[in-house]
Design a binder for this molecule. Sequence first.
Ligand code: FES
Ligand code: FE2
Length: 336
Amino acid sequence: MRGRPRLAAEGGAMIESEALKNEWHVVYRSKDLADGDVRLVRLLGQDLVLWRHAGRAAAWLDLCIHRGARLSLGRVTNGELVCPYHGWRYDLDGKCTLIPAQPKTPIPARARAETYHCQEKNGFIWVCLGEPAHDVPVHPEWENDDFLKVFTGPYTFQASAPRAVENVIDVSHFPFVHDSMLGQAGDPDEIENYDVEQSNEGLRAGPIVVSQPAGDHRRIPVRSTYRFWIPRPFMPYLMKSFDAERCFSHFMPVTPVENDVTLMWVLTSANFDKEGGEARITKRNADVFGEDIPIVNSQRPAMIPEALRQELHVRADKLSVVYRRWLTDLGVPGAK
Ligand code: FES
Ligand SMILES: [Fe+2]
């Protein structure tokens, strides 16, 4: 940012950490941003203007260098973003091309928007506020036409991103938070020991087998075998299989909006029961996350404690424990 003004949230170390600035984060769904659209989005405590022209999306600090007006209140004209205050025009690269009050005078070199890395992949628009250290991973089912793909969310958590991630990589809450759907409170499964592997592709864990009264959009009793993959710290993915053929996955990138405000975007893929599946998956996901969110929002502290000893871990929590150590290694701050 080199001395330029920032629209930063107050306090809190996590959203200001270099580790998270150098990650890709989802800010929007690709199909919801049409050519000519201008949107205000928020990431890591910063307001961003997101806009599109000729198929290309751009994400900038939501601030005009002239007098600090919000560019997200502007509009797109002839492929350029026009500031709502004095009409300065910016091209897709962030360069000012016109100052209407003095059109014949050379435009100062500093007349630029503060631009960020922006790319589209797996149906999402991703932004990196720093220098991306890793690419967005390839989604296992994205190119596979055998799978129905359904986008739901984003679901808003009044909780930190790591708390939201831990929720979706934790199977021992299923019988209690999702009684009669993903487990049974009166007859919870014992969680057998499972493997957790860490590599340069992130964390992989499983298999974990549980009984579920209504484990997918068919809402029939199933034995589900879970496998988890967390390629980057805020990109949990789970695959559950029911037999040799039927698979159901969730890719759930979470966006740290503030230290304690998080969006979870969900891309569900299923290679069975596809007819009418979109509406049933949408309803199912709303039910599941509707049960998760109040519990996750209730967790204190909102940030995961940095010291493992501040909470109590049992064998079933193995993946969370490895995840917490990974966050620490990556330099993602938690609660002291
Ligand atoms: S504040 Fe943007 S043109 Fe003046
Ligand atoms: Fe849950």
